[in-house]
Write a protein that binds this ligand. Sequence first.
Ligand code: UT7
Length: 321
Amino acid sequence: MKGIEILGYGYAKAEHRITNDDLEKIVDTSDEWIVARTGISSRYVSENKNTSDLAYEAAIKAIGNAGIDSSEISLIVVATITPDKFTPSTASIIQEKLNLNQPMMAFDINAACSGYVYALEIASKMIDIGETALVIGAETLSKILDYSDRNTCILFGDGAGASIIKKTGTDKSIEFHSRSVPDVNHVLFANGVSQSTPLTNDSKDYGYLEMNGKEVFRFAIKVMQESIESLLNQIDKSIDEIDLIIPHQANIRIISHVARKLKVDIEKFYTNLHEYGNTSAASIAMALACANEEGILREGMKIIIVGFGAGLTYGASYIEL
Ligand code: UT7
């Protein structure tokens, strides 16, 4: 899609840094196991900040980084599986926090850990030349984690990443390839309030995040490779022409497998999962903002972002900076 540019990035982390040693005190695990099996050393969790607070912080930084006035924003899309409320949406809360009183579309999407990839595609296709959108991935996954389940609680953290995009009509382009397949074996889900009980106030159990790690691992490797290859085919480029790949920050072993299958050096993949863990929809958005802050992103760079998650969703986008 021609003429879409990312003008700025921002991220926000939650207040508490939880190390593997901290988790050893609450579940039967060890720093050695977590680092060897996932590459994760710490993650951040929020005590007082909700998803919209982290999203707002990231948005303010992205607006500053883009050098725009917030009044230029005409669309807000937030990807999250842990919104503050069922309604209004996190995007509507952000619109209010930013004092954007002019009418615009503001809404959330749920595509789990592929959320930012989906949101970027949706927002890019919704804006006209001269228009600017705020695209955010934000989570407080600590709300839906069972801290007695060592299979999940060691992996995930809270955080937010935001980007400002603009349709400029220049030669710059972003291309998209997102998909979803049914999770027939129910390998990754969180039920929430699972069933309504009409006409009574009884609510059924609130469901934490549940996962069949091995199945998700296999799915991830398969679809990350497929997404990247399909996208490269679509844009008629080889992997060697790509400068940087920003994958969903789930597990260093997943990323290493994908690098091996694609026959590319792992160095081509940006990772920050050792510090932040898996922040679901925020993961790629945060990684982009962190890479920008570290001075890794350069004008003209060709990058691919690639994600997978519950749904089962997956997808990749090609971005020319
Ligand atoms: O955003 C998408 C979200 N999900 C993912 O990306 C998850 C993808 N899957 C994974 O990352 C990996 O499957 C895990 C990290 C979740 C698990 O790693 P694994 O290498 O697949 O381990 P496993 O489930 O095969 O477990 C190996 C052993 C088992 O013990 P036994 O049966 O061999 O005695 C587990 O009970 O490790 C045990 N184990 C643990 N030990 C210490 C499982 N979790 C832990 C733990 N600490 N936290």
